[in-house]
Design a protein around this ligand. Structure first.
Ligand code: C5P
Length: 239
């Protein structure tokens, strides 16, 4: 497998072509951004921990029947994934109030909802990733109704599986964001990453935040939090 030319550079990852047109090479970076890139910084070893955490969580979900893009780890900070065209939507699932929902609805953080909340945002940096309705999605042809239904179903399934898995590791899954893509065969696949950058993880006992909120809110112990999640998932690696 050879790394080819740079296809795309995002805030947290670089994507390279490979000699296989169906596969791309993802390099996780230590760069960190928050609040639509108004806050910028770097978290030591974030690329390594997120690459490993994401790989492990995709593998876990795959074993439970969730179709995803992850193929294999290449190095400590790199992984091979199926090439997909990303649907420009972010599917958020929330179990406990936090972040933008707590602000928008004026409720305190930490309240467990009567049922999981699914929100869809339009992936658009210029607009600040606004919430979007299913009518809007259909009207401006971002995805089909069937794809939206499927993405919501998969997101809720991922929520059940991940909540249980994290609970076994002593962590409460507060909320998370998923992205989906369409591969060369037209399949809808779970894509992007699942990591402390894209999930809120709270320690079950102490309530300590073990995710990117430590960077967003200047809470300190940022690197330690990412490492802690990796350790709780079992740590170690063969890469
Ligand atoms: O900021 P907000 O409360 O809307 O975030 C909800 C969840 O989605 C958090 O776990 C956050 O890390 C994730 N998220 C993300 N990328 C975004 C927006 C939110 O990973 N662009």
């Amino acid at each position: 497998m050879k790394r080819g030319e740079l296809l795309y550079e995002g805030k947290a990852k670089k994507i390279y072509l490979t000699d296989n047109p169906q596969q791309v090479w993802v390099a996780y970076k230590d760069d960190a951004t928050a609040y639509n890139a108004q806050k910028r910084g770097s978290i030591q070893d974030k690329g390594k921990w997120n690459n490993r955490i994401s790989a492990r969580l995709f593998q876990f979900l795959g074993e439970k029947g969730v179709e995803h893009h992850f193929l294999k780890e290449i190095s400590a900070t790199e992984q091979l994934v199926r090439r997909v065209t990303i649907i420009p939507l972010e599917v958020l699932v929330r179990n406990i109030s936090a972040g933008t929902l707590a602000n928008r609805l004026g409720i305190e953080e930490g309240r467990r909802f009567a049922r999981p909340v699914v929100e869809i945002c339009y992936k658009n940096d210029e607009l600040g990733d606004p919430l979007i309705t299913e009518d809007h999605i259909a009207a401006i042809e971002l995805a089909t109704d069937e794809q939206v239904t499927q993405m919501k179903e998969i997101a809720l399934k991922v929520n059940e599986l991940l909540s249980e898995q994290m609970d076994r590791c002593g962590i409460t899954l507060v909320d998370f964001k998923l992205e989906f893509g369409i591969d060369g065969d037209g399949r809808l696949l779970l894509a992007d990453e699942i990591s402390p950058d894209t999930c809120r993880f709270w320690d079950k006992e102490s309530g300590k935040r073990l995710d990117k909120d430590r960077f967003r809110r200047d809470l300190g112990d940022v690197e330690e939090a990412y490492h802690e999640i990796w350790s709780r998932l079992g740590g170690e690696t063969h890469v």
